[in-house]
Design a protein around this ligand. Sequence first.
Ligand SMILES: Cc1cc2nc3c(=O)[nH]c(=O)nc-3n(C[C@H](O)[C@H](O)[C@H](O)COP(=O)(O)OP(=O)(O)OC[C@H]3O[C@@H](n4cnc5c(N)ncnc54)[C@H](O)[C@@H]3O)c2cc1C
Ligand code: SF4
Length: 433
Amino acid sequence: MALDLLVVYAAPMVGVWAAYVAARKHREFKSVAKLSAAKEAGLLEPASLHPIIDPALCIGCGSCVRACPEGDILGLIGGKASLVEPSHCIGHGACKAVCPVNAITLVFGTETRGIDIPNVNEQFQTNVPGIFIAGELGGMGLVRNAIEQGRQAIDSVRKTRDLGKPDMLDVVIVGCGPAGLSASLAAMHHKLRFVTLEQDSLGGTVAHFPRGKLVMTAPFTLPLAGKFNFRELSKEQLISFFMSIVNKTKLKVNIGERVDAVIQLNNGFEVKTDRNSYKTRAILLAIGRRGTPRKLDVPGEEQSKVVYRLIDPEQYKGQHVLVVGGGDAALEAACSVADEPGTTVTLSHRSESFNRAKPKNRERVEATERAGRLNVVLNSSVKRIGEHDVEIDAKGKLSTIPNDAIIVCVGGILPTAFLKSMGIEVETKYGTA
Ligand SMILES: Cc1cc2nc3c(=O)[nH]c(=O)nc-3n(C[C@H](O)[C@H](O)[C@H](O)COP(=O)(O)OP(=O)(O)OC[C@H]3O[C@@H](n4cnc5c(N)ncnc54)[C@H](O)[C@@H]3O)c2cc1C
Ligand code: SF4
């Protein structure tokens, strides 16, 4: 009788337990595979703020794994939480918030790769009086934080001496991502005399998220526009929301204007761009951390058909496209465009191999080339960009090919040098808060 009862009650429990253990083992197996792939591809460095987990404290509850809005960035390995896709971590910090035993610390940089964070005080002012920083550049990522900081930084800018005098602008806002947009609306609200300069497109990093990416955010307040309770929306919805606010408020943003240098004057600054120069009492840098895309510096590069990252492969349907570069971004761009019907795609790289790219992308390039949809030209460089063609030098042999569009993916210039050129102090963090 007792044995019967044991079978009736214990057997299902054992079944449930076995299923739980099997599922956990399966997840652990996936986590180990992800971590190995990241190691193999050399993608072990998180871009910015990220968690480190103290294995002595971690009890392996998995709350952090489930809490991460980006999906499987964390995993459980050997019963302890581990960052299994470090390069995909964008610093939400949701993992730290849910950990029941405080096993997680959020830090910048790693032992092997430092992250440069500018020194900024609580008023968002740098060590150079009159130069302010808001958003991800200052170390605080995420859309909502950038929006909040942009608005708050303008409150500090308003305390700058001699604002309102007609000889200069009050503030030049550099960058129009979430931080720069919010700062510009705040400047407009407070009737400051300002200009907003954006080298690329409205929305900053958000505009470059992959198509359809879900943006996880928290409610925020935009000056002149009000409070918004967004929590989860697509990248496209967020960009059109930003556009609608710009249209409604008639905010003027100088799109496609890049700031190249800042010169200190007696009573303010001169901001030099690739088109113009502005005298201003204060500067708000809301330039994020992605840096400025490196250019080819060849004749014809100023044409609008030359872009520095792939947004939507579909737009190249039926076109002759040249992709320049040898890293993952270039390889992914070349293959995605080659997958579009009717495209003729050439991938030009200055070295003799794609050894910096992930094996998965190298294999994809080989397969696309074998299928006759991609022409790879190694040891080559672009010499001249014409309206309907492009001239390429491959091992000293010049050839001109038809061309409708060029995607240049040759890396970026990080903001540190730019900051230092203005005298702003930066601290390199190696895995510290
Ligand atoms: C793949 C990915 C996914 C993400 N997902 C999320 C998410 O789901 N939720 C979330 O909250 N956050 C997410 N983030 C983080 C978020 O995008 C950033 O924290 C946020 O965009 C920072 O805003 P920002 O205004 O400080 O900088 P940015 O958005 O980077 O904007 C800076 C702007 O400055 C411009 N600029 C730079 N240099 C110059 C110059 N010299 N002259 C003129 N203009 C210049 C740039 O072109 C850019 O437009 C994600 C980030 C990445 C990379
Ligand atoms: S939430 Fe904390 S205790 Fe739970 S797995 Fe993550 S780090 Fe470990």
